[in-house]
Design a protein around this ligand. Sequence first.
Ligand code: BES
Ligand code: ZN
Length: 644
Amino acid sequence: MKFYFLFCLSILFAAFFVGCESTVEDIKVAASHIDTTLIKDGHSYSNIDKIRTKHLHLELDVNFENTTIYGVARHEMINSGVDTAIFDIKNLDIKKVTLGKGKENEVEADFIIGANNEMLGQPLCVKILPTTKYINIYYQTTEKKEAIDWLTPELTAGKKHPFMYTQGEAILTRSWIPLQDAPSNRITYSADVKVPKDLMALMSAENPKVKNDLGLYHFEMKQRIPSYLIALAVGDLKFKKLGKNCGVYSEPELIKACAYEFVDLPKLIKAAEKIYGKYQWEQYDLVVLPYSFPFGGMENPRLTFANPTLLAGDRSLVSVVAHELAHSWSGNLVTNATWDDFWLNEGFTVYFEGRIMEEIYGKEVSDILALIEYQELEADIAEIGKSDFPEDTHLKLSLKGRNPDDGMTSIAYVKGAFFLKTLENKVGRELFDKFMNAYFKKYSFHTITTEGFEAFLNAQLLKPNHITFNTKEWLYKAGIPSNCYKIDSPRFKLVQKLADDFAKGKDIFKVKRKKDKITRAKYVTQEWLAFIRRLPSKMDPAQMRKLDEHLDFKGCGNAEIMTEWYVLGINSGYMDIRPPMEKFLMKVGRRKFLMPIYKNLAKTSETLAWGKKVFDKAQHNYHFVSKSSVEAVLYPNKKVETIK
Ligand code: BES
Ligand code: ZN
């Protein structure tokens, strides 16, 4: 039974004091007036400045029959002496809340749930005592479980067992765990997870290497992490060791391909440690999820979640692994304090990813990667400049009242990385690396704001070395500053020239010497992207067919190349791409690929109608994150439907 007792939520219920005579209805009305401007973090209702979780213990029963998690979230709190604890929840069914440690000492507590905000969810306000330390929330997930993807066996590689995984970043953890969902609070966690006997459970914690007969798994994450990094995956999984402290999990059907593709993992870890210090999380594993996973990779600590599109068969997309590994420093050790500071996670990571790639594969390769990203940055800047939020080209964002997902553009990623590249170039690598090592050391297991970073940069690097730098312009102004580091890549120019020659009608496939023959293997993925991007934005379909005859872009299996090719094909009316593109959209749920394809399909009524037809069939294989983004493109006037 739920008791709605009456109490004051003076901090958040602006101008409302719920007196003792109030009714439950009054409280609900008051809760609906929560003043979001009072939310410090911008995206969390929690009162972490007064009371915050120190350790979270989860008891989870993962039920595939009714695609529900039955859970208890046991919070151990640091309480400064307040009588209310506020948690974030989104579409969770809260059964009861108790106070006290250990089942025998639990007493039911009064709580109220505030009005729902489409983006933030609801505040769960629990009445406590100033001395309360333990709060236990009994709950179950619902159909609107935005973080969780429940997959039927047909959507897996093996097609025999179901699969589930969660995606927490940025503010979706609250849809599967009731907690204080703000990146500025760091917690340790443990979990007891029950799953069907034939499946294995993995978390962003110390993980099992083999299945157990009972389907019961215990997890510990002893290092403090922000809530968005709590993650769970359950499926028919197998482990393959790749090095002394690293390996890969995947469905048995993919494990061989994974072992081949990620063979360089120990080298990547070694290179990263050489640059920015010891890896702090003991074990580094990957888990390759089904194709619906909305990202290429997600840096869940100790266990990066990865999309099988990384399995290109030629190890050419390993930079995504370098990226997620780099997050073990930038993001996971030193975390953005708010989503407005997202570039501190991603910009640092793209920069560091480039350094790891340079260390292992050389500067030529890392330069090509950076140039491809730079092209995306220029395109994004042009688009954002015309949008309703032109100030989104600032590194420091202002996302209050908006979805933090809006900040997930190449500004944070690439402008952020080029800021650091420019700075490195100005001060020299030696000084710069010394500074970065000091940064990671000082802020390890802490969060930081852009302003905090700026102060540290001035104090530690610029002032002592008498260096002037336009930091403020980079952080708080629009566009790309004119001193941005320029990359000159002969290899990039070469493929661009090849594209120009082809566009001018030259038969680039007719060569005198056999060794000059143009095959797909001759260039890396990013060189082909540069080639395709350089072709005219509207091509003669016969010309595109000719390229396909020689290079088979349309069916090559490399999702990066296929996406670029499909976009060009859509805009050129090249119909040969339709069958493979449909197959691709039915299979892959990674947002980075879906968005450009659907966006370009939305440009004419005929292609839009085709896109809607495919989306209709494919959407059950997309995670909420991708599904809602695509829906907004195909149905811009429709209120986004959040039930998958
Ligand atoms: N942390 C991000 C993914 C993310 C960002 C999820 C914001 C939710 C909100 C991850 O590290 C990432 O950037 N993935 C990229 C990889 C790429 C930049 C190498 C991706 O999935 O495309
Ligand atoms: Zn990232």
